[in-house]
Design a protein around this ligand. Structure first.
Ligand code: HEM
Length: 452
């Protein structure tokens, strides 16, 4: 077994290294791989941080040795401030129980219904652009704002049979605040308690209250209503908690799972849509092929779940977008719970491991001509040549994204429904978007695109 992999030497306990990485997270991860190879390690505070880039190592961390890791408690504590003890936060037997419970919301038999809701919401969005388009032939849209509100509506209608039109803007702002604050808190070894009267804490408390008000409203209204709406909320409210001897979940437990699904279920997907629309606008030939495929497979009727399999090029375009612009640029930081061998190196118990889908998915060895946007690589026979775990925008292994299937269906059906009636282009003079990393990787400046 080899000693720890090489990495930057820092006699200031990693303060200098982390300081250099902070302003350019994406560039730093790429540079570390270029300088030290597929395995890098360096000291940061009381820990040694290992970064692994090779697909075999990724598989070992996320799949083969998944049981030897937990999500790093410091990071999880940051997320627990608004997710409580949901499936995203829990470990061990609690996590297994919660995962099973929430998984039921994504049962294939429910997806057909979700598909109808998704298309209805996409139509509502494009209809709202109609008046402007009719008067001057096009409309310039702030895509990030539109996609945040669309994905929020979709998740709230499918999972909670509720609408949030009146507070969508406030929720979007609250999530943006929490993303910034959480990203900073994750990188800082010590954080002030929530009661500490700092300006960052004031913004955080306000954002938490906005989100809490919305989710508690869902829970209370449904408890009072008592009817089974056949959605996640009804399932959670009627679920039996084996742990508490067969009693129902408490309102607090229901609130925690609902909060997680509302946030994890819209933020990353909105970011993915930003990059998808930008890529279609910037690659007219790819967009034309998507239009042609939708015309041939769906025509003018509403797209439905079964159409996803009839739209392989559109699905490949979405996968290619998630390759170059993974909304989650990696996975949660892991901590080893025992000594574990990864890529021939020993990661000692208590030390930290991270992965970067952003860097691995742009590696020429697994994706030739990697910087080039080329959806064909996700069509047979080329797709089979991609090594397992070289592509992991949704993670992998037992803690793979629970909403992966939902997100892919959502993106395909929304894209199909929008492309049926609208063409997207860039706006002359608007610069290409630059990625900005907080919790999800979104465009740094508001992304404006033109729809005809
Ligand atoms: C393009 C959209 C999405 C992306 C890129 C994405 C990405 C990810 C990734 C990378 C993880 C794993 C993190 C890790 O292993 O540390 C994850 C976990 C998770 N995601 Fe997603 N996600 C997306 C959409 C969704 C949706 C639509 C939902 C819910 C409706 C969702 C709910 C969750 C939950 C609850 C977890 C935690 C699962 C667990 O720990 O067992 N995500 N997601």
């Amino acid at each position: 077994m080899k000693r720890a992999p090489h990495g930057p030497q820092d006699h200031l306990f990693g303060i200098r290294t982390m300081g250099r990485m902070k302003p350019d997270v994406l560039g730093s991860y790429s540079e570390l791989q270029a300088q030290y190879g597929d395995a890098v390690s360096f000291v940061t505070g009381p820990y040694r941080l290992f970064i692994f880039y090779h697909p075999d190592q990724v598989r070992e961390v996320l799949v083969t040795h998944a049981k030897s890791f937990i999500r790093m408690p410091h990071v999880i504590k940051v997320f627990a401030q608004w997710n409580g003890n949901s499936v995203l936060i829990a470990e061990g037997d609690d996590w297994i129980r919660q995962r099973r419970l929430v998984q039921a919301a994504f049962h294939p038999r429910r997806m057909e219904n979700y598909g109808r809701t998704i298309v209805r919401e996409a139509r509502r969005l494009t209809d709202s652009w109609r008046t402007t388009i009719e008067s001057d032939g096009h409309i310039d849209v702030d895509v990030d704002e539109a996609m945040t509100s669309l994905t929020l509506s979709i998740i709230c209608r499918t999972m909670f049979d509720s609408e949030v039109d009146d507070v969508a803007g406030e929720i979007g702002e609250a999530v943006a605040v929490l993303s910034e604050v959480a990203f900073a808190e994750m990188q800082s070894p010590v954080n002030w308690p929530l009661w500490w009267p700092s300006s960052s804490n004031r913004r955080k408390r306000c954002a938490l209250k906005t989100l809490d008000d919305v989710v508690w409203r869902f829970v209370r209204e449904r408890r009072a209503d008592g009817r089974d709406h056949g959605d996640l909320l009804s399932m959670l409210l009627s679920a039996v908690d084996e742990e508490s001897g067969g009693g129902k979940l408490t309102d607090r437990q229901v609130r925690d799972e609902a909060m997680t699904l509302m946030l994890a279920g819209h933020d990353t997907t909105a970011a993915a849509f930003d990059w998808l629309w930008y890529n279609l606008a910037a690659h007219p030939a790819v967009a034309q092929r998507c239009h042609d495929e939708v015309d041939a497979a769906v025509g003018q009727r509403d797209p439905e779940l079964a159409d996803v399999d009839r739209l392989p090029f559109l699905v490949a375009t979405i996968k290619e977008t998630l390759r170059l612009f993974p909304p989650a640029i990696g996975v949660f930081l892991r901590q080893a719970t025992s000594d574990v061998e990864i890529g021939g190196y020993t990661v000692p118990k208590g030390q930290l491991v991270t992965l970067s889908s952003y860097v691995t998915q742009r590696d020429e060895r697994w994706f030739p001509d990697a910087e080039h946007f080329d959806p064909e690589r996700f069509l047979p026979p080329r797709e089979e040549q991609i090594p397992a775990a070289a592509y992991f925008p949704f993670g992998a292994g037992p803690r793979v994204c629970i909403g992966q299937g939902f997100a892919m269906v959502e993106m395909t059906l929304v894209a199909a429904a929008v492309l049926q009636t609208r063409r997207v282009t860039t706006i002359p003079g608007e610069p290409a978007p630059e990625p900005h990393v907080t919790m999800a990787m979104r465009p740094k400046r508001p992304l404006k695109l033109r729809w005809r």
